[in-house]
Write a protein that binds this ligand. Structure first.
Ligand code: FAD
Length: 393
């Protein structure tokens, strides 16, 4: 069988390569950058993704770097009071797996090392994918350097601005949300003791929030500050102007401003998503991760979903005995409602976090009245292990 070709070596692309190789398929992965790398920022891992780590055989490596926080705590960024909290110690008992946080670069490196150790995977950097032509027997991929390669199928794991999607779905550009994220990581010892909490803290305010949590066995603190602004139209991983951030956070609590003041260099993201849609698959070509279902980060699930996609896709290929078109169609069908629900609910959670005025009062009353078990139970649709045919593990 010709290899399965993958465009993009982010968390989704590497996860797909590994899942396919573990299922017995040869893979060639093309990454446009000169080297494989992830940005220096944190990532939250729901219990749902831990089953994927088990299936990919990387659980021990993930556990080595990840932090298991005690709780999720939501506080008012203006008044300071705690709005609600979700203790995380019951996650394993309820969902079979923990809630954790890790450094994106650590997760990416773990996937990369596992891929490098797989003889069935060829990884190629500095190889931007330009275009592809599909026929009944396979796919011919044209790289920007002019070379053509042949595969039995193509997975577009090329992210939010996916070229593969442009050909498969031709549905224009992603939706710019008007929300900007500033991210930074700082050494834990640079923070006073009272700011080092072993928890995920979210300070919610009108049209803004700040999240912080520890990473790398508690050695560093991850910060993500988000606010609404039409200052930037689009962009990705650029140096952020702190003056803009300060303007938006001027009316927040001293604890919030104190945390922000510790950062010297920020990176910023213009947050985008899309409406959920069917049609990621066309014959022997399909999409995965942000290319298929980009979502706002308010449920902290984009990479989690990409890894679920990867394992599900490999399971369908194995079940179809290498009938690539059938497997890709089944994969999309199995994944579209779940990922569409996360895309939809992520927007709703963003509205809840960023509420102001009476809406904020209603939120505080509603969330404040919930008991912690109900809060945990409310996420069962997301955190329970997803099921699909072929996942017997
Ligand atoms: P990407 O990571 O975008 O990877 C795409 C890859 O394809 C890149 O390496 C790129 O260089 C390559 N590429 C692009 N075009 C080409 C081409 N033509 N040829 C070859 N290669 C190409 N998710 C979570 O699960 N938990 C979180 O807590 C979380 N927090 C987040 C916080 C913020 C502020 C943001 C912005 C996102 C967050 N996410 C989170 C979402 C998560 O980062 C993404 O969903 C995830 O990284 C998507 O992975 P991907 O592999 O699909 O795409």
């Amino acid at each position: 069988m010709d290899p399965i070709l993958i465009a993009g070596g982010g968390i989704g692309g590497l996860g797909a390569a590994l899942a396919l190789a573990r299922a017995g398929f040869p893979v060639r992965l093309f990454e446009r950058s000169a080297e494989f790398r992830e940005v220096g920022a944190g990532i939250q891992l729901g219990p749902n993704v831990f089953h994927m780590f088990d299936r990919l055989g990387i659980r021990t490596a993930v556990d080595r770097d990840a932090v298991r926080p005690d709780m999720l705590s939501m506080r008012c960024a203006v008044g300071g009071q705690e709005i609600t909290r979700v203790p995380l110690d019951g996650m394993v008992a309820r969902y079979g797996n923990p809630y954790a946080v890790t450094h994106r670069a650590d997760l990416h490196r773990t996937l990369l090392e596992a891929c490098e150790a797989e003889p069935a995977i060829t990884l190629e950097t500095n190889r931007p994918v330009a275009v592809f032509i599909e026929d009944a027997a396979g796919v011919t991929l044209r790289l920007e350097d002019g070379e053509s390669v042949r595969g039995s199928g193509l997975i577009g794991a090329d992210g939010l601005w996916s070229r593969t999607r442009q050909v498969v779905m031709a549905d224009g550009r992603p939706t710019v949300s008007g929300h900007i994220a500033y991210r930074a990581v700082l050494p834990m010892e640079s923070l006073p003791e009272e700011m080092r909490g072993h928890r995920v803290t979210l300070w919610a305010g009108p049209r803004l929030h700040l999240v912080h949590y520890p990473l790398r066995r508690g050695e560093v603190m991850n910060l993500v500050a988000v606010f609404h602004s039409d200052h930037y139209v689009e962009g990705w991983d650029q140096a952020g102007d702190p003056r803009l951030l300060w303007r938006h956070f001027a009316a927040t609590r001293p604890e919030v401003r104190e945390m922000l003041s510790r950062i010297e260099t920020w990176r910023f993201w213009v947050l985008c998503d899309r409406e959920p849609r069917r049609g990621w698959t066309r014959g022997r070509v399909t999409l995965l991760g942000d290319a298929a279902h980009p979502m706002l980060q308010y449920l902290a699930q984009g990479a989690n979903m990409a890894l679920e996609d990867a394992v599900c896709l490999a399971d369908q290929l194995r079940r179809s005995d290498g009938d690539v078109a059938r497997a890709f169609a089944e994969y999309e069908d199995l994944r579209v409602l779940r990922t569409g629900r996360v895309q939809t609910m992520a927007r709703v959670f963003g509205d809840i976090y960023h509420a102001g005025g009476v809406r904020a009062e209603l939120r505080d009353q509603w969330l404040g009245a919930r008991d912690p078990v109900a809060a945990r139970e409310g996420m069962a649709w997301l955190y329970e292990r997803p099921r699909w045919p072929g996942d017997e593990g």
